[in-house]
Design a protein around this ligand. Structure first.
Ligand code: SF4
Length: 107
């Protein structure tokens, strides 16, 4: 399986299943990433997405984490991108929801 996976500044990861990209006609992720104001870190190489900056540059913030590539791939591509972001406050909130009785919430 060919995969492009890289770490991003928040501590999350972006994982692209390049096997799905070969047959993708839209290459929508590359188009949206290179829209002015976006991260502009993806380019096409041998017909699949590739990183323009180094892995270290991406991890230090070249990727703006706008999540547009994942959304565009979901809507117009082959659903090849999975972005994982650490959300400790959400985890804490969900844990609180399950541990706090309903009648005490919002007090
Ligand atoms: S839109 Fe999705 S399937 Fe198409 S090239 Fe980009 S990551 Fe691959």
């Amino acid at each position: 399986m060919r995969v492009l996976e890289f770490e991003i500044r928040s501590g999350g990861t972006v994982r692209i299943d390049l096997g799905k990209c070969e047959s993708c006609e839209s290459k929508a992720c590359v188009k949206i990433c290179n829209t002015p104001g976006m991260g502009e870190i993806l380019e096409l190489k041998d017909g699949v997405p590739s990183l323009k900056p180094t892995l270290d540059e991406v991890k230090r913030g070249a990727c703006t984490e706008d999540l547009a590539c994942e959304l565009e791939c979901e809507l117009h591509g082959n659903k090849a991108i999975v972005i994982t972001l650490p959300l400790p406050q959400l985890d804490e909130y969900l844990r609180d929801l399950t541990e706090t009785p309903t009648y005490l919430r919002g007090r």
